[in-house]
Design a protein around this ligand. Structure first.
Ligand code: B12
Length: 306
């Protein structure tokens, strides 16, 4: 049986004064108590959760109106449950409900740590929606709509160009590779970790990425390959460029395995995004290019004819 609380009990449980609770209810409509026959308010466990969530946002510096708006747009899933948000997002996309999909993404980025919003909500939703497209269950339009939404979210986060305490990371997709969202997620995580990030995007000629990384004095150069075809072209490109002093080479993406990376004298940094960021951080903290483990070295300008 559900326990119902009166306003004094709700106030004790949450540490929010009864007057404030009444104000939140009347002005922002964020609580929906039932009433006893004597018109006394009664609150549910869900109300407690909503009040606690609002309270925590205010502590983080949000304005009450802003927090209340996100709360009102929230889905049935508990506010900070990544699996619930992921499922609700997939459902909204498959059900052709773009405004709901946007609201859920907003919610995920607002209430979850960045790694969870990207790794536990956006990435698995992209997989699920994309697979539905590959199976022919939906047209490509909803998949593109979700990709575009996630991309614009990440672009906002990347727009802040400060950073660089840990060094510069150049990120590129292998030649012909169009799957760039995973790499873009890595970009924003690195940015949040204090890197200066130069994101070169999809379908990048290897030699151009290498020259660029060298020119900007990058600490690491990351390539992403999702398909075998693009991995083969990446391998060919790296062979053509040769091994010279310069940034450490890091490989990731669905087509890359630890064996492939070892074979190319690169560091393998797959797995959860947070773990990949940790691997890159370790690389940056080694004292210089010569100390980098299995570091792939860029050619010098004097021998750049290959
Ligand atoms: C979305 C999608 C697309 C979108 C891509 C949008 C974009 N701009 O990224 C579009 C519609 C363009 C597309 C096109 C194609 N796709 Co597609 N696509 C997908 C799908 C459904 C999801 C990929 C995705 O975004 N995942 C979410 C991201 C976040 O995950 P991720 O890429 O794995 O990245 C994670 C990690 O790998 C890591 N990571 C990634 N890169 C790096 C790099 C470093 C350095 C590090 C540390 C970590 C890291 O970070 C992420 C965090 O988790 C997959 C299905 C699947 N199961 O993956 C198929 C899939 C990848 N596509 C596939 C195919 C075949 C194609 C097409 C050939 C289809 C066609 N006939 O046109 C084209 C190829 C285009 C090209 N030349 O590259 C195949 C690939 C098969 C293969 N192994 O070769 C898959 C597996 C689908 C399938 N089941 O067959 N696709």
């Amino acid at each position: 049986m559900t326990t119902l609380l009166n306003i004094a009990a709700l106030s004790r449980r949450t540490g929010v004064a009864p007057d404030t609770l009444r104000k939140w209810e009347q002005r922002y409509g964020v609580l929906h108590p039932t009433r006893t026959s004597g018109r006394q308010r009664r609150y549910t466990e869900q109300d407690i959760q909503r009040v606690e969530w609002l309270r925590d946002r205010l502590v983080e510096g949000w304005r009450i109106g802003e927090a209340a708006r996100v709360l009102e747009q929230s889905v049935a899933a508990p506010l900070d449950d990544p699996a619930g948000l992921r499922d609700a997002l997939v459902e909204a996309v498959l059900g052709n409900d773009p405004s709901q999909a946007s609201a859920i993404l907003d919610q995920a980025f607002a209430v979850l740590p960045l790694e969870q919003a990207l790794g536990d909500v956006a990435a698995p939703a992209l997989h699920a929606v994309g697979e539905a497209w590959h199976r022919g269950e939906i047209s490509v339009a909803p998949e593109h709509a979700l990709s575009a939404r996630v991309r614009s979210r990440i672009d906002e986060l990347l727009a802040d160009t400060r950073g660089g305490v840990r060094g510069t990371a150049v990120l590129a997709c292998a030649p012909t590779e169009q799957h760039d969202l995973g790499l873009l997620m890595l970009a924003v995580m690195l940015r949040a970790d204090g890197w200066r990030v130069e994101y070169l995007g999809a379908n990048m000629p290897v030699v151009d990425a290498v020259d660029f990384a060298e020119a900007v004095g990058a600490t690491i150069l990351c390539f992403s390959a999702t398909r075998e075809d693009s991995l083969r072209l990446l391998r060919d490109g790296l062979d053509a460029v040769g091994r010279r002093p310069g940034p450490a080479l890091v490989l990731g993406g669905a087509a890359v395995s630890p064996e492939v990376a070892r074979d190319l004298n690169a560091t393998f940094a797959e797995g959860r995004l947070g773990k990949a960021v940790g691997t890159l951080r370790k690389l940056s903290s080694t004292s210089g290019p010569a100390a980098m483990p299995s570091g792939w070295r860029l050619r010098s300008h004097s021998s750049s004819t290959s």
